[in-house]
Design a protein around this ligand. Structure first.
Ligand code: ADP
Length: 507
């Protein structure tokens, strides 16, 4: 291991969906400087979402310079660079020129739904699930690559000649930072492409054959913590040898950043939607409840797996209260207004605005409010909306337990809505577990920092990292169990009213 102890910082590049950030961490794991810049999204057709890969790069360079300048840090102060990134987003570029042949097709983009349906019709759901841990869906990279090869003039020809390269956002960044020397990704990102066999840890020729994607386009898959190459951008490196030493998808990065290192440890990120990941260690748990199996990270010669469940509408329900029905002026006020009532007066809000995900999987479900009486107030509805987030998380964690036989051990939370104490207490009451909210809720970038630090000797071991953690708030279950069961029973009844709402009566 290189001795980098004189170096002061780890630089993390966090390439998100709506913005990019550069963050400098010191030896104690504290953020010393940060700069952020919004990036554009394009919507060329309904349901299509794209980004400009070149803009992403220049924004990253801009925020890096800004973060360094703010604290007068020098390139020589950097021990390593770590990367955390939005997952599944697909970029294809020319090997000779380095130019993307098309915009980045963003994970949210639904343009390839028909291709995914086609795979299902061909009976490939099970084989794909067994190999990749995922169900055929436009969300993952595979059909997005095929779309580019099928629709960009000359792309397929060039790909077949071996002239095109594919990458998720991490791959694109590392390729450019190393001036084309490293065409790599890590296990966590590879496991989101629907082309990677998570059992054999290799790209799958059958699925690539089915979608007509040449293997020559694929990056080499590496552990999440390793020196992949060195920064060749002289504007920043100024002749210093700065290793690029971690790559990890954002959700898995936050699992690592929250220090969910043990089997059964889980993190819940409460953002617009909600992502729940549980560490299953070396076990590949396949789900009967519509959760996906994914690779958490590769570290020290070992691959760690996770179960992942997502909820489409979490914080977005609070945005709905604010922007659509105007019951609140600010998300923050939801807590104070909800706690004006001791309960919801029997009212339930099911925010199935775009259908229901795991474990119900009903794309025809729609939002509903039930149990309204003459006594129902604004406070009841706000409270019921917040509670719906916690009920949905409980649904997913129950499915996780059923699939894995593992009870969740330590539960850590992050994301915007985790700042709501009422929600966290109610969550703990519903889960009947302690819920821990760390001081530093920027878990995604922290995860990438830890991994880059471990690869370069900035931090020597997981034990050293554990010692850096600052305990934050903790919420322990307080609610009477019978009352809790009664509330959850009501939720299950309410959800049933939301099912199939958007389906025609006669279908
Ligand atoms: P994303 O990364 O998905 O953009 P963030 O982690 O920034 O999301 O969280 C923003 C979301 O959290 C918004 O949907 C917002 O409504 C919700 N939110 C923020 N603060 C609160 C709060 N105090 N109570 C409830 N929800 C909140």
């Amino acid at each position: 291991m290189a001795n980098t102890s004189k170096k002061k910082y780890i630089l993390v590049l966090d390439a998100g969906t709506t913005s990019v950030r550069a963050i400098l961490y010191d030896h104690s794991g504290k953020v010393r400087s940060m700069a952020q810049k919004e990036t554009l999204q394009f919507y060329p057709n309904p349901g299509w979402v794209e980004q400009d890969p070149q803009e992403m790069l220049s924004a990253l360079l801009g925020v890096t310079m800004e973060a360094l300048t703010r604290i007068k840090a020098k390139p020589g102060d950097l021990a390593a660079i770590g990367i955390a990134n939005q997952r599944e987003t697909t970029i294809v570029w020319n090997k000779e020129t380095g130019e993307p042949v098309y915009n980045a097709i963003v994970w949210q983009c639904r343009r390839t739904s028909d291709m995914a349906d086609e795979l299902v019709k061909k009976g490939l759901t099970e084989p794909i699930r067994k190999k990749t841990g995922l169900r055929p869906d436009a969300y993952f990279s595979a059909t997005k690559i095929k779309w580019i090869l099928d629709n960009v003039e000359g792309a397929r020809e060039e790909a077949e000649k071996g002239n095109l390269l594919f990458g998720t956002v991490d791959t694109w960044i590392v390729y450019n930072l190393t001036e084309g020397k490293a065409h790599i990704t890590d296990y966590s990102n590879a496991s989101r492409t629907m082309l990677f066999n998570i059992n054999t840890l290799d790209w799958d020729d059958d699925i690539m054959g089915e979608l007509n994607i040449p293997r020559s386009m694929m990056p080499e898959v590496k552990p999440s913590s390793e020196i992949y190459g060195y920064l060749e951008f002289t504007q920043i490196s100024a002749g210093e040898r700065i290793p690029i030493a971690s790559v990890i998808g954002d959700q898995q990065a936050s699992l690592f950043g929250q220090q969910c290192f043990g089997e059964g440890d889980a993190k819940i990120t409460y953002g617009t939607g909600c992502f729940i990941l549980m560490n299953t260690d070396e076990r590949i748990v396949s789900s009967d409840n519509g959760l996906v199996t994914t690779i958490a990270w590769g570290l020290d010669g070992k691959v760690t797996y996770a179960l992942e469940g997502s909820i489409f509408v979490a914080g977005a329900a609070i945005q709905w209260l604010r922007d659509s029905v105007h019951l609140i002026d600010d998300s923050f006020d939801s807590e104070y207004l909800a706690t004006k009532s001791p309960d919801t007066g029997g009212c339930y809000v099911v925010p199935a605005f775009t259908g229901l995900g795991a474990p119900h999987w009903d794309q025809y479900a729609r939002g509903t409010i039930v149990g309204i009486t003459r006594g129902t107030t604004k406070s009841h509805i706000i409270r019921a909306t917040l509670e719906s987030i916690a009920y949905q998380v409980l649904d997913v964690t129950r499915a996780m337990k059923e699939d894995s036989g593992l009870d969740l051990t330590h539960i850590y939370v992050d994301g915007g809505a985790s700042s709501n104490d009422f929600l966290m207490q109610f969550q703990s009451d519903m889960l009947r577990k302690k819920v821990r909210r760390p001081e530093n809720v920027e878990a995604t970038a922290m995860g990438a920092a830890y991994l880059a630090g471990l690869a370069t000797g900035f931090w020597e071991s997981i034990d050293e990292i554990k010692a850096l953690k600052e305990e934050g708030g903790e919420f322990a279950p307080e609610m009477d169990i019978e009352y809790r069961d009664k509330l959850y029973k009501g939720w299950n009844k309410a959800v049933r009213y939301a099912f199939f709402w958007a389906k025609d009566e006669d279908e």
